[in-house]
Write a protein that binds this ligand. Structure first.
Ligand code: PMV
Length: 331
């Protein structure tokens, strides 16, 4: 059977950084994100006896043996186990944005793969179980199941059965919320978030402070989204992101994702805000700065961001929909 799914990327407003259990991909803290329209992965999966091995193609290129392909094959193994099948698969996946440059390609990628593969294998998963399956591929993928604003609950159980995302508000709740993403560099990053967060939990003297303060960020963020309070969302997201990067900077070996253009945009955002603009930044595990603002200011701010040296592109996104099936098979 063959199935195609589309999942949007999401950007965390309160970040996930650090695992308490590697095998089950369980986070140290809960996180809150907004799912973005315009940045998505489309994935077609077919399980069939004509395939002798799993074949995976990403962005038009067949993945060679290696870490990236192994991650996908392991994910297919989980689906095969759930479905009770041994059939091999062909996977074809396309992103409409650069992979592994801090635009959360693993979130949309593993969420689309989970939905397409589970349906192609004949198992119907509800949203909670789709979220759990997505989590096993990539933590941030847990949240892309839902449109709008979502919270990934860290859970308490050792088997991860209570660690999944829930929707806080759907994509229609806050129609004039915008997030502008910049592309300052499109190369693949050198330190994966997996390695970076593992080293941070082990070595950063600031990680304790991160864990001690994140619950307050989460409750503040939930309330700010509920009240559509941009200044509160922006303020909490900006400080939360800087706290996460502070733990990265103090990790051994260092986890430094910023480029000169990253700092240039951050400083510009703060200056514009001091001059009266309503804008705040957040940055994930990469060099690209995302700017939180309202619809009425988005085009102007995007133009100003594109004028900052080193910024290649600024893309305005609104809250997007959750993962869904598509009739447009890629092969
Ligand atoms: O699940 P990963 O490996 O994509 O890690 C995501 C880490 C951050 O993007 C930095 C934060 C987050 O919550 O998305």
């Amino acid at each position: 059977m063959k199935a195609t799914a589309i999942a949007n990327s999401n950007i965390a407003l309160v970040k996930y950084w650090g695992k308490r259990n590697k095998k089950h991909m369980l986070p140290m803290n809960s996180s809150i994100s907004v799912t973005l329209d315009g940045l998505h992965t489309t994935t077609t999966v077919e399980f069939d006896k004509k395939y002798k091995h799993d074949r995976v193609s990403l962005g038009g290129k067949e993945l060679p043996k290696g870490e990236e392909k192994t991650r996908v094959v392991r994910h297919l193994d989980l689906v095969r186990k759930l479905a009770g099948t041994k059939l091999r698969a062909r996977v074809v996946s396309e992103n409409n944005f650069p992979t592994a440059a801090g635009l959360a390609s693993s979130a949309s990628g593993f969420c689309a793969l989970s939905l397409a593969a589970s349906v192609a294998a004949g198992i119907g998963l509800d949203e909670k179980n789709l979220s759990i399956l997505s989590r096993l591929g990539s933590g941030s993928a847990t949240r892309s199941v839902y449109g709008g604003f979502a919270e990934w609950l860290k859970g308490k159980k050792a088997d991860g059965s209570d660690s999944y995302a829930v929707q806080l508000e759907d994509e229609g709740y806050w129609k004039d919320f915008r997030l502008i993403t910049t592309i300052v560099e499109t190369e693949r990053k050198k330190v994966s978030s997996r390695t970076g967060m593992r080293d941070t939990v082990k070595t950063s003297p600031l990680y304790k402070a991160w864990l001690e303060t994140v619950d307050k960020d989460l409750s503040g963020m939930r309330a700010a989204i509920r009240q559509r309070d941009l200044a509160q969302v922006g303020e909490i997201a900006e400080v939360n992101c800087l706290k996460m990067h502070a733990t990265m900077f103090t990790t051994n070996p260092r986890v430094l994702y910023w480029q000169p253009a990253t700092i240039a945009v951050m400083k510009a955002v703060v200056e514009w805000r001091e001059a009266g603009e309503k804008c705040w930044f957040t940055i994930d595990g990469g060099p690209n700065v995302k700017v939180i603002c309202l619809a009425r200011d988005a085009a102007r701010l995007a133009r100003r961001m594109e004028d900052v040296t080193g910024v290649k592109k600024a893309l305005v996104c609104r809250p997007g929909e959750g993962a869904r099936l598509s009739a447009g098979d890629l092969f």
